[in-house]
Design a protein around this ligand. Structure first.
Ligand SMILES: NC(=O)c1ccc[n+]([C@@H]2O[C@H](COP(=O)([O-])OP(=O)(O)OC[C@H]3O[C@@H](n4cnc5c(N)ncnc54)[C@H](OP(=O)(O)O)[C@@H]3O)[C@@H](O)[C@H]2O)c1
Length: 484
């Protein structure tokens, strides 16, 4: 029988809770997966009671869920579990009311989800412990960003670890909750076809793109101090890179999978002052048009003096010094206000040593294309004969679809549903271990130190394009192109 869980959400009235966590909790109810939940207790400093919170949650959910997902009977189930406790995270006295509620009708597991400022993570952990609300079965979920460099990340981890052991700490990177990211492991480790070719003898290069069409919008104060490298590469892109590159784990248990991922992060060659100009490109969006709408530039959007030194785009060439990947470039890029929103991994295989066909040799590669968003698909790009009575045998590209888009099949789910469910069930596989996050920061710190000393200038790019021309050159000097 599954354990009963009390879920406490710090920051239960914030943007993340409203747009992602409560809709995900609603969906878990809808899919019949919420039985282990005994109570869901939202907290924040807002002076409201449980009835008001329930009525706000009711209307917010209707805003954020598709009309066809709404079912008043499902809402009633969720609503009966909802509670609200007013609590200022910095005030120890405020934890007593929460403690009293938790002690009434105690569940087997207390799951504390921190959807609030990371600067509060240590304080919240300490106050929960002082109030007697933490026991050996309690778990904590931490949202990103975990710090802005290795030192600050280490400090947060240290403070949380005084109260919660590593086996009880769930660090979120919502990319790991996405269906195709997990499917990457299934395709790679489930098919004998890919096993012999997943290495530097057969793979020419790997490209990971996370493109956003939006600008900084309401996050300009935060973003102006952070930039694309810290905001996106440190977590999402390096997590995806480590999943593509890791060795087959001993098992699919959390410890084994995360052991292999961290080994890859440890093997990333540092970016130094000697290679930073060849290995990295920084960009900043200017005014332009995205999806037919005129948009302003980052410096107008941000209005913070730090913004002048902040990149909204980064492209870089990472290399992994190990037996499997030596010599294979991993090109990573991410940016805001690009031509369209999509995330994709492309594994491009080497060309044949000699071609019998009359095509342009650049057309003749096999690629495994893993689309993470907006569609969730995996396809193998192969070649076959161009049909017809042509004089010379010519090839044409053919895409073999290895997955059906779950959105089209009506079985899609949001990453937060997956991750909440795993946290409720105590499965850490899709959460980042402390050494993974800190190793990723160590590598990012090396890039930032090299930028500070001898970094390439931040190049402007027009909103609605795919970034600065220098990013094309980063790949072109190696005789390659970005896959678009
Ligand atoms: N929003 C997203 O899409 C997103 C995506 C990924 C990660 N995250 C991360 O998730 C966390 C929350 O982000 P958010 O966008 O939801 O922020 P937000 O909209 O500013 O919400 C912050 C929440 O924390 C509460 N809060 C702030 N200070 C508090 C205090 N001293 N004591 C108690 N409650 C306090 C706020 O309520 P009161 O002010 O009323 O107390 C509010 O409920 C951040 O770490 C963020 O980086 C967010």
């Amino acid at each position: 029988m599954s354990q009963l869980v009390d879920l406490v959400i710090f920051g239960g009235t914030g943007d993340l809770s409203t747009r992602k966590l409560f809709p995900a909790l609603y969906k878990l109810h809808k899919h019949g997966l919420a039985d282990p939940l005994q109570r869901i207790i939202a907290t924040s400093r807002g002076d409201i009671d449980t009835d008001t919170f329930r009525s706000e949650a009711h209307s917010n959910l209707q805003t954020h869920l598709a009309a066809e997902d709404w079912d008043e009977a499902i809402w009633e189930q969720l609503c009966s579990r909802l509670h609200y406790v007013r609590l200022d995270a910095a005030r120890s006295d405020d934890y007593q009311t929460l403690g009293n509620l938790l002690d009434e009708n105690s569940a087997d597991v207390r799951l504390f989800y921190l959807a609030t400022l990371p600067s509060l993570y240590g304080t919240i952990s300490a106050h929960l412990q002082a109030a007697g609300s933490v026991d050996e079965h309690s778990r904590i979920v931490l949202e990103k960003p975990l710090g802005h460099d290795l030192a600050s990340c280490h400090q947060i981890n240290l403070e949380v670890a005084k109260v919660f052991g590593e086996e009880s700490t769930f660090r979120i990177d919502h990319y790991l909750g996405k269906e195709t990211v997990q499917n990457l492991m299934a395709v790679r480790f489930g098919n004998p076809l890919f096993h012999p070719v997943w290495n530097n003898s057969f793979v020419d290069n790997v490209q990971i793109t996370v493109a956003e069409a939006i600008g900084v919008e309401g996050r300009s104060g935060y973003y102006a101090k952070i930039g694309a490298l810290r905001d996106m590469v440190q977590n999402h892109l390096l997590q995806v890179l480590s999943l593509v590159a890791m060795e087959p784990p001993a098992s699919l248990e959390p410890f084994d999978v995360r052991d292999e991922k961290v080994k890859i992060l440890r093997c990333l060659d540092p970016i130094t002052v000697d290679n930073v100009k060849e290995r990295t490109v920084r960009g900043r969006y200017e005014a332009g048009a995205v999806e037919g709408h005129a948009v302003s530039g980052f410096l107008e959007d941000a209005e913070y003096h730090e913004a002048e030194a902040t990149e909204t785009y980064v492209a870089l060439k990472a290399t992994i010094s190990n037996w499997r990947w030596a010599g294979v470039p991993f090109y990573l890029r991410t940016g805001k206000r690009l031509s369209r929103r999509y995330s994709e991994i492309v594994i491009e295989f080497k060309k044949l040593p000699f071609s019998l066909f009359a095509n342009d040799p650049n057309e003749l590669t096999n690629k495994l294309v893993i689309r993470i968003q907006p569609e969730e698909t995996i396809s193998l790009h192969t070649l076959n004969k161009k049909p017809g009575l042509t004089q010379k045998l010519r090839l044409q590209p053919v895409e073999l679809h290895l997955t059906e888009d779950p959105q089209q099949k009506g079985v899609s789910y949001d990453a937060y549903e997956r991750l909440l469910l795993d946290a409720i069930n105590g499965d850490q596989t899709l959460f980042m271990r402390r050494d993974e996050v800190e190793t990723a920061w160590r590598w990012i710190d090396s890039v930032i130190a090299a930028w500070d000393e001898a970094g390439p200038p931040i190049k402007p790019y027009n909103s609605g394009t795919m970034g600065p021309g220098a990013a094309t050159a980063l790949v072109a000097v190696d005789g390659r192109n970005w896959y678009e």
